[in-house]
Design a protein around this ligand. Structure first.
Ligand code: GUN
Length: 297
């Protein structure tokens, strides 16, 4: 079995759609622009922001990166976010997580103007998501997984969905998206976490299994129902002296073991990651389109 879900190909299609919207905005005199804020030198964050900058450039979205040092105070960071909120040339603002421990990320996300919150982390946008109000921005990783499921023709209506991980960036919003009364949703959702008893039992019931707990290769073939769709969100650094970087990235799913059992499976890399970026670009273009409407009445 094991239909490989090609996240890269799906992301490319979405980039084509988004690119056309960028061109339409430019023709109307609007230059869509996205501001990145990174605090400290977290190596994974550097890579992620680099990939997001590259995607922006490719689509013709202007991007500006603000790199602050590890010792930056929360007040300074909030001040920069406020400046970006006030800047009419900036349509989207992304503060890359994680921020250093002395900064309260929730306060920072809540400071971003909800109209520029292309990450969908502001309480207003998360509240809209919970209420099924589609006027808000949806967090990029769960939105990307949702889009992958829909575009792959995987039935979500009435499906047993099991999500592993209750983080604010993936697990919680993913559960909310799929439990909505809506096309491409209508699922029965179980959210498992570190205190869940008998995780394997839950997993084996899943028609759609979404692994976002950050545990290398925790999902093995004995935990997967034959024919299930398996989505691997994990990005785990494993030390590997045999390669020059000294480490290797592996997912939360044992791909080789699970592949023959699963009906659908995302590779990692090349599954969820490219979709996160595609959703960020799409959210940014939407923010620019909506700002244009506001400006012109
Ligand atoms: N860190 C991990 N995923 C994300 C994301 O989607 N957005 C931001 N800002 N930080 C992250």
């Amino acid at each position: 079995m094991g239909n490989r879900i090609d996240g890269r190909a799906c992301a490319e299609k979405i980039h084509d759609e988004t690119g056309a919207r960028v061109q339409a905005l430019k023709s109307a005199g609007v230059e869509p622009a996205l501001a990145f804020v990174r605090v400290g030198e977290d190596p994974a964050s550097k890579v992620y922001v680099g990939m997001k900058e590259k995607a922006s450039a490719r689509l013709g979205i202007q991007s500006r990166s603000h790199v602050l040092n590890e010792e930056t105070s929360e007040k300074e960071l909030l001040g920069l976010v406020e400046e970006l909120n006030q800047d009419p040339q900036v349509h989207g603002i992304l503060v890359q997580a994680p921020v250093p421990d002395h900064i309260d990320s929730a306060r920072v996300f809540a400071k971003v103007d909800p109209e520029k919150d292309v990450d969908g982390f502001h309480p207003l946008n998360l509240g809209k998501l919970l209420l099924g109000d589609r006027t808000g921005f949806v967090p990029c990783t769960p939105a990307g997984i949702h889009e992958l499921l829909i575009r792959s023709g995987i039935e979500t209506k009435g499906a047993e969905v099991v999500i592993l991980g209750r983080g604010n960036i993936v697990g919680k919003p993913m559960a909310v998206i799929l439990m909505q009364k809506a096309k491409g949703a209508d699922s029965t959702v179980t959210l498992c976490h570190s205190r869940t008893r008998e995780v394997s039992e839950h997993c084996r019931r899943a028609d759609i299994l979404i692994a976002a707990m950050g545990q290398p290769h925790l999902i093995t073939k004995d935990m997967v129902k034959p024919g299930a769709a398996v989505i691997d969100v994990g990005v785990n650094r494993i030390s590997d002296p045999s390669v020059s970087k000294g480490y290797r990235l592996i997912g939360d799913v044992d791909f080789d073991g699970v592949m023959p059992v699963a009906g659908w499976i995302t590779p990692n890399p090349g599954g969820v990651g490219p979709m996160t970026i595609a959703m960020l670009m799409r959210n940014t273009v939407r923010a620019a389109e909506q700002a244009g409407h506001t400006q012109h009445g």
